[in-house]
Design a protein around this ligand. Structure first.
Ligand code: 2RA
Length: 331
């Protein structure tokens, strides 16, 4: 069955990756419509060997015969246009954070909570990139050993900030002053992603905490996070400490991760084998290594998780949700 797809934010880093992933996965597209701000409207994009002109987004474009709309154009655009698209019967998959915690909007990672897409009322939210790559391995461990507490420490690439983040890193390395981040990012780490809230946490940290609980549908789960921007161009790395309700054998836990759909385990310290951003960039899997018991608690483990934040963290997860909609005949 072929569907008509709209992409809002088609010229941005994630928007362009949507197109790349849709092509790679041979998503069944009949008509494709590309929308952007006035600034980028008029540019052309080639998709499946055909040239498309990017149009300026306006309130009328959703009157067209469209079944799915992929959004990656920031929270303000999503807040205004996602409801308009949904009101026309279009299923919106939104990458912004705007709708993620709305009780009428399922927050979906297909390997983790695919059943939740059936609850949508027109809008489905794509979780934050740092949340997506964490919950894929955690899902298998939660099912087997019941997670009691999670401590996230992230090392996030500058591509998470888009082209401006990449430019600050490259300028900084060239000795030029940066203009986007509040402090130099070259040869430096910034414990500051998104904005600070009154409680001392950043919005990025609160996204990981709240989105994890919503995806696992367990608001009693104890979660905390420290999210850090590091001078890496692409792919996020995360150190995750997990405490379980139930005991585990380490070999069984490793085996559980190896059998999790979407996970690749790379773990042999004696051969310096563990995942880095070189392994994950350009790939859709979540890479896990440094798997070792946390001897400071009764039942705990430390793991190291790396993934491409633009692909699995955003574009590919979104396309996988669209694939699920088609497979479940929900469009
Ligand atoms: C970041 N996760 O890395 C946020 C948004 N992409 O900046």
């Amino acid at each position: 069955k072929k569907v008509n797809v709209a992409i809002v934010g088609a010229t941005g880093m994630v928007g362009r990756t949507f197109l790349k992933v849709l092509e790679e996965r041979k998503f069944p597209i009949n008509q494709l419509y590309l929308f952007s701000s006035a600034k980028s409207a008029g540019s052309t994009v080639v998709f499946n060997g055909k040239e498309y002109v990017v149009e300026e987004l306006n309130k009328d474009v959703f009157d067209r015969d469209i079944q799915i709309a992929l959004f990656s154009a920031g929270g303000e655009i999503s807040s205004i246009y996602a409801p308009i698209a949904a009101s026309k019967g279009i299923v919106v998959i939104d990458n912004s954070s705007y709708w993620r915690m709305d009780e009428n909007v399922p927050l979906v990672v297909p390997e983790v909570n695919p059943q939740d897409i059936k609850k949508h009322k027109g809008i489905i939210a794509n979780p934050n990139c740092s949340t997506i790559q964490a919950v894929v391995p955690l899902k298998a461990l939660h099912e087997k050993y019941k997670i009691k507490r999670i401590v996230y420490s992230t090392y996030q690439a500058v591509s998470g900030s888009g082209v401006r983040g990449i430019k600050d890193l490259e300028d900084g390395v060239d000795g030029k002053p940066n203009s986007f981040y509040p402090h130099p990012i070259a040869y430096n780490c910034l414990p500051h992603i998104d904005v600070f809230e009154d409680n001392g946490y950043t919005k990025e940290e609160l996204k990981m905490i709240n989105e994890t609980k919503k995806i696992f549908n367990d608001f009693d789960m104890k979660v905390t996070a420290t999210t850090v921007r590091v001078p890496v161009k692409n792919s996020h790395s995360e150190s995750i400490n997990i405490e379980f309700e139930n005991p585990f054998e380490l070999s069984d836990l490793v085996n559980t991760l190896e059998n999790m759909n979407g996970v690749i385990v790379m773990d042999n310290p004696k051969e310096n084998k563990y995942p880095t951003t070189v392994d994950s960039t350009g790939r859709d899997e979540v890479f896990v290594g440094r798997i070792r018991r946390d001897f400071s608690v009764d039942s705990g483990v430390n793991i190291w998780v790396v993934a491409d934040n633009i692909r699995k963290g955003a574009a590919t997860n979104t396309v996988q949700i669209a694939e699920l909609l088609v497979a479940c005949d929900l469009v």
